[in-house]
Design a protein. Structure first.
Lengths: 275, 704
């Protein structure tokens, strides 16, 4: 899975690289457009387009029925019942294509989330580093474990152990731009965690977790922790990323949703898709 | 495939079980599904709330706005009228006696079955207009399908007139009209359903002839006979052939010669003329045809591919013609491949106005045609939807004709039952043309000695077509009877009956031979639409299906007969034409000649023919006479597929009147239907109506 993640990360790194130094909205537009371009054909060829068209037509017909026979309450209520019925049928027709588009879209969203959910630390900013251990006794450095930072990062606080030593906290400070490896060592293992300092749009992985298919799929930013690492996760509390549209700060996923819908509407006709 | 879907579903659901809520969006498809479903849900709930909240209020407002009915007299809440155009009482009686029409027999036994007197002349647009308005032709202004332009003597549709603005803006190759073109209904008088609307009685009116352009009413209306095709004609079919060059214009259609390049054919779909262009060029859609190895071809038009097997109708295909930037004209048509090899031979129906996005309104309200299309799919909108001309010209054969005629019938039947479902109170009228069209085209098969037997078609194969038609209509009436309540009034009517059309009479030829009509330059025959007529020396002429017009001074542009001479001339023509013998067969061609002034006194009498010919059974105006030509012979055999007709003396072709109520009147007339309906609903009958109510609405207890 780590290899697959590596390949997928590299593809998306390449895709986002032209947008790394410009306003993040452009990258989001590009990935929304890409999503639409990939999804519409998948949707088209995995759905029953004729049935979708027919069902939508019926819904519209019953909507017109309400207007045309507005003085007959029985017909109006029956039309509303039929609208709901065909709405359910419409959703049923959506299920199969959604099964097919779900997997690629989830991958795209996770990869986009890696770049937009958080932002890199800026020089001078601090962040909390957290490690959760399997076994608090298995530590080097006088029972607290050793966290070492390369030049460009500074560990500002001694380790703070809570929950019987299972969780350990530090505060680090970013000193200059760079892509760093923060190392945490137990008695016999050393685990690295990538820390990014700078202004550019880049892949941010706030945490590495112990392996497993689901964790590897959902947190693909860095290779998973090995089973014998003695740790459950290694986390850095990055600041949340922001995307602004016309001065309004909007969560990236909301914008992604809106943009992919807008592109979807624009591309429905050229792709000859009914949704 | 199913396994893949299940696996995918499970794996994705498993993965998503650990995903945060915010990541549960799965792309534009899901987005659309979510948004539209939510929107529909929201609209449904809002509408439901609004309906429940405002319905009592709207009821009060409506009751204040509408006129009050006589509460004592109305004795029904719903009236259903099924019009079966041309259903003949003699044939119906015969089939009922043979036990083939159980449902109509039931109505006859428990209610009423009588012959329904028809109009003079007994032609569908005339008779149905009388049905609609309750007045005679001199009051509703429809005397035939065609009327003549008094200035040019050229024919024009009697029911509608399209008027375009005289001013336009010229930009390059475009000439953009300033002002909207308008379609004007020439039928005068008020439909009785408009009167019902004033009393708050809902009406659903489907395909009643001469209801185009649609008029506003208290209910819904889909226009019928005289709705044009996209070209603006009454139905122009197209025939594609790679055989011998015969790119002539067929009556009612065009033939396109195509060139076959291996298995490919490149051709086009001819559309309407582009009125936005200065040269009014015809709009076209490219059509590429690929003939597959087997018995199938792929028809490719922009944005759509249609796989079509030989001997099968395509479904309705949507066509979009581009008149200019952003100006689209939409139509629908069907294709039928008759032959793939060695010659390619394909028939394309007239391009109907697309009911889902009509370029001209064909219903009232406008959205009613859209509603029907959304609910039941595309349907024929052309007024004369059945392709009689294509069969008459032998472009299609009997089987192809019957298939599409019954397809259209099924569309219409679906509309009727939809209307019945939606109209629990009020009036529901639906007219079916199938009965008329099939009888026109198949009457020859129930005659021993029809000249059209010359057409090489096995008589036995279609000997029971008309019988089957009546049986099918009876079954439909049975379904209607099942769907109505015992208090509902059901009427099954026809506008006229049917008889054989064996011999054509060209009265222009008779007028010419008898010195009433003159031809130019010593010619012996005259071309269509009076091209060779010497008007300075012509006193009378005919065109259309039943009238003779006097070329009157001061009325016709080149009229020569004075008002004083006119009466004398009419009397002379009546005496000479009444009982006109057909020397070749020994028969009598004309039963009666009617002077319009003796029969009608309405304000539009002058627009009709001066004399109306009551042809005898078996006779009708010849094909040439109908289009204003002068032939060498007065009489000719009718050897066309169009072998039955009703343009005869009205006494020979009454319609049918079935009703589930008892009717005492022994001689009902089609003009009586409108007052009958008004009276049943307790609505005052306007004094201008010519008919009388047929059903007594005074209950025994009220009489006391």
């Amino acid at each position: 899975m780590n290899t697959i993640n590596y390949v997928i990360n590299s593809i998306f790194d390449l895709f986002f690289s032209p947008f790394s130094s410009i306003d993040p909205i452009y990258g989001l537009c590009a990935v929304s457009f890409l999503t639409t371009v990939i999804m519409l054909p998948i949707f088209k060829y995995t759905s029953n387009q004729e049935a979708i068209r027919r069902t939508k037509s019926r819904i519209m017909g019953h909507l017109l029925e309400v207007r045309l026979f507005k003085d007959d309450i029985r017909t109006v209520l029956s039309a509303q019942k039929n609208m709901l019925k065909y709405n359910m049928i419409y959703l049923k027709h959506m299920m199969k294509p959604l099964m097919f588009v779900m997997l690629p879209v989830v991958v795209i969203i996770i990869q986009t989330g890696l770049r937009y959910e958080y932002r890199p630390l800026h020089p001078g900013e601090t962040a909390i580093v957290k490690v959760k251990l399997d076994n608090p006794g298995n530590l080097a450095g006088g029972g607290s474990g050793v966290l070492t930072a390369p030049e460009g990062l500074k560990i500002e606080t001694p380790p703070l152990r809570v929950n019987g030593g299972e969780e350990i906290y530090w505060r680090i400070r970013a000193e200059k731009d760079g892509d760093y490896d923060l190392k945490f060592r137990t008695i016999d293992k050393e685990v690295s965690k990538r820390v990014v300092v700078g202004e550019k749009l880049t892949r941010i992985s706030p945490e590495v977790l112990k392996g497993g298919l689901v964790n590897s799929f959902l947190y693909p930013g860095e290779p998973s922790l090995s089973g014998d690492s003695g740790m459950e996760y290694f986390e850095i509390a990055y600041p949340y990323g922001t995307v602004a549209l016309f001065g309004w700060k909007i969560h990236w996923l909301v914008l992604f949703f809106i943009l992919s819908l807008v592109f979807g509407f624009l591309l429905l006709k050229p792709f000859r898709v009914s949704v | 495939m199913k396994k893949i879907v299940i696996l995918l579903t499970l794996s994705v659901l498993l993965m998503l079980s650990g995903v945060e809520d915010v990541q549960a969006y799965i792309g534009p498809g899901a987005g659309f599904a979510f948004i539209s479903s939510f929107f529909i849900l929201l609209v449904s709930v809002l509408l439901a709330i609004m309906t429940i909240l405002f319905w009592p209020l709207s009821l009060v407002i409506r009751s204040l706005k509408i006129k009050k009915r006589s509460s004592l007299r109305h004795d029904t809440t719903r009236i259903i009228i099924v019009g079966l155009d041309g259903l003949d009482p003699d044939l119906a009686t015969r089939y009922m006696q043979e036990g083939k029409l159980p449902n109509l027999s039931k109505i006859s036994n428990t209610g009423t079955f009588k012959k329904l007197r028809t109009t003079l002349p007994p032609i569908s647009p005339v008779a149905w207009s009388t049905f609609t308005t309750g007045v005679d032709p001199s009051r509703h202004n429809i005397f035939d399908f065609l009327n003549r332009d008094l200035r040019t003597y050229l024919p024009e549709l009697s029911s509608t007139k399209i008027e375009t603005g005289s001013r336009s803006l010229s930009i390059g190759k475009y000439s953009i009209p300033l002002g909207k073109p308008s379609v004007k209904l020439l039928r005068k008088g008020k439909p009785f359903w408009s009167l019902l609307g004033k009393y708050g009685i809902f009406s659903a009116i489907i395909r009643v002839p001469i209801t185009y352009p649609p008029e506003k009413l208290g209910g819904v209306l889909l226009s019928g006979m005289c709705v044009p095709d996209l070209k603006g004609t009454q139905g122009t079919f197209t025939s594609y052939t790679s055989g011998n060059d015969s790119s002539e214009k067929k009556t009612g259609g065009v033939q396109i010669q195509v060139k076959r390049d291996g298995d490919r054919i490149k051709t086009y779909i001819p559309g309407p003329d582009n009125s936005l262009l200065k040269n009014n060029e015809e709009m076209r859609i490219p059509l590429n045809i690929t003939i597959n190895g087997g018995d199938e071809a792929v028809l490719e038009i922009p944005k759509e591919k249609i796989r079509l097997k030989k001997d099968t109708y395509s479904p309705w295909v949507k066509l979009t013609f581009s008149a200019g930037p952003g100006v689209k004209i939409r139509g629908i048509c069907r294709f039928y491949i008759k032959e793939l090899k060695p010659d390619f031979d394909m028939y394309m129906t007239p391009i109907n106005i697309d009911p889902e996005s009509p370029s001209l309104p064909i219903s009232s309200p406008y959205s009613y045609s859209v509603y029907l299309a959304k609910i039941m799919g595309s349907y024929a909108t052309l007024g004369l939807a059945e392709y009689t001309w294509a069969l008459n010209e032998r472009v299609i054969d009997e089987d192809i004709f019957l298939e599409q005629a019954y397809d259209h019938h099924e569309e219409r039947e679906a509309m009727l039952f939809n209307a019945l479902d939606k109209t629990k109170n009020g009036l529901c009228v639906c007219v079916f043309d199938t009965t008329d069209r099939i009888q026109h085209m198949f009457m020859r098969f129930i005659a021993e000695d029809h000249p059209a037997h010359a057409i090489d078609v096995a008589r036995e194969a279609y000997a029971d077509t008309i019988e089957q038609l009546y049986i099918r209509m009876d079954e439909m009436i049975g379904r209607v009877m099942k769907s109505i309540n015992k208090d509902d009034v059901l009427m099954v009517i026809s506008d006229h009956g049917f008889k054989q059309f064996k011999r054509g009479v060209n009265l222009n030829s008779w007028l010419y031979k008898n010195g009433y009509l003159a031809l130019k330059d010593g010619k012996e025959t005259g071309d269509d639409w009076f091209r060779d007529i010497d008007w300075e020396n012509t006193r009378a002429y005919t065109f259309g299906l039943s009238g003779i017009y006097i070329s009157e001074k001061g009325r016709e542009a080149k009229g020569v007969v004075s008002a004083a001479e006119k009466e004398e001339l009419k009397a002379e023509l009546i005496s000479r034409l009444r009982g006109l013998p057909d020397d070749e067969t020994g028969g009598t061609a004309i039963k009666e000649v009617y002077d319009i002034t003796e029969h009608y006194d309405g304000p539009y009498r002058e627009n009709g023919p001066d004399l109306i010919i009551g042809y005898n059974e078996g006779y009708r105006a010849s094909w040439g006479a109908a289009v204003g030509s002068v032939n060498a012979h007065i009489f000719e055999d009718n050897n066309k597929s169009w072998s039955g007709d009703h343009c005869m003396d009205p006494s020979l072709v009454p319609g049918v009147f079935f009703c589930n109520r008892n009717v005492q009147d022994d001689n009902p007339h089609i003009k009586d239907i409108a007052p009958t309906v008004l009276d049943l609903f307790g609505v005052e009958i306007p004094p201008y109506m010519n008919g009388k109510p047929l059903i007594s609405t005074i209950k025994p207890e009220d009489q006391r």
